[in-house]
Write a protein that binds this ligand. Structure first.
Ligand code: AMP
Length: 453
């Protein structure tokens, strides 16, 4: 199948050709005709599947044809609204809109919190066809009367499951309340939990449902490996791996912000260029880190889970789990940063005895065991005892020997979660009815993550 056969207009085909896509990915092959034919859409697809082009291309096509027919009026009301959970994702989606729409006379804008309102207000006043936004900042503009959403014809909720995880349900409802009833709505989500289904029922009218395989859970293009190591040797092992393999563009995950900062300091001292990206960093620091990482100036980008969500870098070769996530689904999201759109990637995890329980949960979720490899010179102490892991104000017991005693914790990044975009909300530190945030067993068995009650 080709993009031409999908019937997209020539200016889009030209832009697609320039970015180097030769054929639509499976989600694009399904979503593009579905959006073009009108009607609502419920799409199950993760980051890495090409979903962004799956909705931006047909929207650009329709908006451009309408503009051609009706002409550009003096006022350019927002006709397409795309909501995303994080600032990074919003910026990247808008970058896609701009790059695919470069030969079209359409205007796009991204708005998110953490930066000044005034430039956004000026841009909105000048007229915008496609608005990409995080919910909090969009509502700020709406309350101030600086954005008019009454002419929205197309509405996209991107990474809806993440939005619910981050506690955005009330903001989403508030946005829905001010949008016109008559519109085409598209909902993209990696998982179809009951909460997503309830949201879809409220938002979508007889939607077409499409789903592509959870590629990350089965992706053969991602080589996964575990390096068992003592907790106090991880820094040295990571440096050794980066240097001895001459790795560039390594995305490194830590559980906590200060862990990310400490690791960056260490790597810099060892001569590895690294920066951290997490919720305590200003927007400009995050943007700088990301662009230096993309351009290859930075060897390593150290990120927490939410900050890394949506980082879109073509063919990221290496992902390192410096610390395993206590939420197994986060592992799948993390390694989804590599091996994209058919490219080969490698995801390695440095696992100490404290995290063996987390590893067992991950292997259960992805339904495969990850090969272990001990690196010479970094053999773990066979007599080491598992210790609890401090996560903000919570204490997690991730060591295999401690798991049967209960008290394992999960279900969100808790106190260490980076600030949610726009409205300063944080992910919950524990779920009501689950003392200590204990993870419900069903989630460890591969069921979709559900939102807060
Ligand atoms: P997404 O799932 O939208 O985050 O896209 C994942 C990655 O796939 C991005 O880096 C895109 O640039 C890339 N991509 C999207 N569509 C295609 C395509 N048809 N062919 C090759 N790469 C693509």
């Amino acid at each position: 199948m080709s993009f031409e056969s999908l019937g997209l207009i020539p200016p889009l085909l030209k832009a697609i050709h320039e970015v180097g896509y030769t054929e639509p990915t499976p989600i694009q092959a399904q979503a593009i005709p579905a959006v073009l034919s009108g009607g609502d859409l419920l799409a199950g697809a993760q980051t890495g599947t090409g979903k962004t082009a799956g909705f931006t291309l047909p929207l650009l096509h329709k908006l451009a044809l309408q503009l051609e027919k009706n002409g550009a009026g003096a006022k350019r009301p927002v006709r397409a609204l795309i909501l995303t959970p994080t600032r990074e994702l919003a910026a990247q989606v808008e970058e896609c809109v701009r790059s695919y729409g470069k030969y079209l006379p359409l205007r796009s804008l991204v708005i998110f919190g953490g930066v000044g309102m005034n430039p956004q207000i000026d841009a909105l006043r000048r007229g915008v066809d496609i608005l990409v936004a995080t919910p909090g900042r969009l509502l700020d503009h709406h309350q101030q009367g600086t954005v008019d959403l009454s002419q929205v014809e197309y509405f996209v909720l991107d990474e809806a499951d993440r939005m619910l995880d981050m506690g955005f349900i009330h903001d989403i409802r508030r946005v829905l309340a001010v949008l016109p009833k008559q519109k085409q709505s598209l909902l993209f989500s990696a998982t179809f939990s009951d909460d997503i289904k309830a949201l879809a029922e409220r938002l979508l009218d007889h939607p077409k449902v499409i789903e592509v395989a959870r590629r990350n859970a089965t992706a053969d293009t991602i080589g996964q490996k575990v390096f068992p190591v003592d907790r106090d040797k991880k820094k040295e092992l990571l440096t050794h791996l980066i240097k001895s393999n001459d790795w560039h563009q390594v995305l490194v995950f830590t559980r906590m912000k200060h862990g990310a900062n400490r690791l960056v300091e260490f790597l810099n001292k060892q001569g590895v260029t690294a920066m951290a990206i997490h919720g305590n960093k200003s927007q400009s620091a995050r943007t700088k880190a990301l662009s230096e990482f993309k351009s290859g100036e930075l060897q390593a980008l150290v990120a927490t889970d939410i900050a890394a969500r949506g980082i879109d870098i073509d063919q990221l070769p290496h992902v390192v789990n410096y610390e395993l996530p206590n939420v197994p689904e986060d592992y799948v999201h993390r390694i989804g940063r590599t091996g994209r759109a058919g490219a080969e990637g490698e995801a390695v995890s440095l696992v100490c005895i404290d995290e063996e329980g987390f590893l067992a949960d991950i292997e259960k979720l992805i339904k495969r065991s990850i090969p272990r490899e001990v690196v010479s010179g970094f053999e773990p102490d066979p007599n080491a005892k598992a210790e609890p892991i401090q996560l903000g104000r919570r204490v997690l017991h991730g060591g295999a020997t401690q798991r049967s005693g209960g008290g394992r914790s999960g279900g969100g990044q808790g106190n260490n979660a980076p600030r949610a975009a726009g409205n300063g909300q944080q992910r919950p530190s524990s779920r009501p009815g689950q003392p200590g945030g204990r993870r419900p067993q069903q989630q460890a068995q591969g069921k979709p993550r559900s939102a807060r009650p």
